[in-house]
Design a protein around this ligand. Structure first.
Ligand code: SF4
Length: 326
């Protein structure tokens, strides 16, 4: 591990000062410390923000939910408001990582986590994300777990977070605080597709800190849930996943929120699926017809062609679970 300095801050002003000087924020550390041990990440200065007052889950004035950036994954998953209003968030969190990690890792850190691409974590391999301009070993290598949507010629790595898929589906907003003040960014704009700069992963400005994720109020009743398909039943990342939320009134779907995970370089919102659900009556034939569009635009690689059909089946199955089997 490379040498680094460590500072623990107790208020946001102190944190922002340290961030502006190039300090790297750390909270649970469950991703960053691993990467530092493997010398994939080599920050010169760590700023421990666990003492900041960002650990609250609250209902907003408009009836949405605000989850502080330092709320632990396990705390968020168990919170009564999260469980009642947005089960899709609780389910996504509970299907992530191990219980020990969920007790340490924070919501802010979870959405900032870096890809599980094995070449990214192998410092002897070419990787544009780790070392811009060095190439991408996954393109010609073993790419079974890689993305089929949102890829570029420079990077095909998936985003590994489950709860980020739920946030994308629900059209959450990321609250940021930086040297220039507060701002909010739609979740689907916060995580960046690789393009020509796969090393740039979030729409963060220098020194900015995530303070919360806000989920908007959605019409009630709202049924929601998260399905994760993986090679083994626990402690594994998604091959495919689907976050679905449906508002059905008078037997008609009035609102539909759908996103997929394990297949995109970012959590993959499915607007074509959503649009084809709204105004329709729930039925098995509807689920099958709209799920067939889930992989529109996919560009599979040599070893991950199976993800196209697996994604369609995952979305169809989760629509059936959330929306019923009529
Ligand atoms: Fe690196 Fe992305 Fe290629 Fe993986 S897919 S080796 S993260 S550039």
């Amino acid at each position: 591990m490379h040498p680094f300095s460590y500072t623990r801050v107790s208020d946001t002003r102190e944190a922002l000062d340290a961030g502006r000087r190039g300090g790297r924020y750390i909270a649970g550390g469950t991703t960053l410390v691993d990467l530092m041990r493997e010398t994939v990440e080599r920050p010169g200065s760590l700023v421990d923000i666990t003492g900041l007052p960002l650990r609250e889950v609250s209902v907003t004035e408009r009836g949405g939910l605000r989850v502080g950036a330092l709320v632990r994954m396990a705390e968020a998953a168990a919170h009564p408001k999260v469980r009642t209003l947005y089960p899709v968030i609780s389910e996504a969190l509970e299907l992530s990582a191990s219980a020990q990690l969920r007790n340490m890792a924070t919501i802010g850190g979870n959405i900032m986590q870096r890809t599980r691409c094995t070449y990214f974590r192998d410092v002897s391999a070419a990787c544009n994300k780790r070392e811009p301009g060095s190439g991408c070993a996954a393109l010609e290598g073993f790419n079974r777990s890689h993305a089929i949507l949102g890829t570029s010629d420079d990077c095909v790595a998936t985003h590994p977070s489950d709860v980020a898929v739920a946030f994308a589906a629900l059209e959450a907003t990321v609250h940021l605080l930086g040297p220039d003040g507060e701002r909010q960014v739609p979740f689907t704009d916060f995580l960046l597709r690789p393009g020509r700069t796969p090393d740039r992963e979030q729409a963060l400005r220098r020194g900015e800190l995530i303070t919360a994720v806000e989920i908007p109020a959605l019409p009630r009743p709202l049924k929601s849930g998260y399905l994760k398909v993986r090679d083994r039943q626990s402690y594994e990342f998604a091959l495919t996943s689907a976050a679905v939320a449906l508002h059905v009134r008078g037997g008609v779907i009035r609102e539909a929120k759908v996103a997929a995970g394990g297949v995109g370089t970012v959590p993959w919102k499915l607007p074509a699926v959503e649009q084809h659900l709204v105004g329709e009556r729930p039925s098995q034939s509807l689920w099958a017809a709209v799920a067939a569009r889930a992989a529109d635009g996919a560009r599979p690689l040599e070893h991950n062609r199976f993800k196209v059909e697996l994604l369609q089946r995952t979305v169809e199955r989760q629509l059936r679970i959330v929306g019923g089997m009529k």
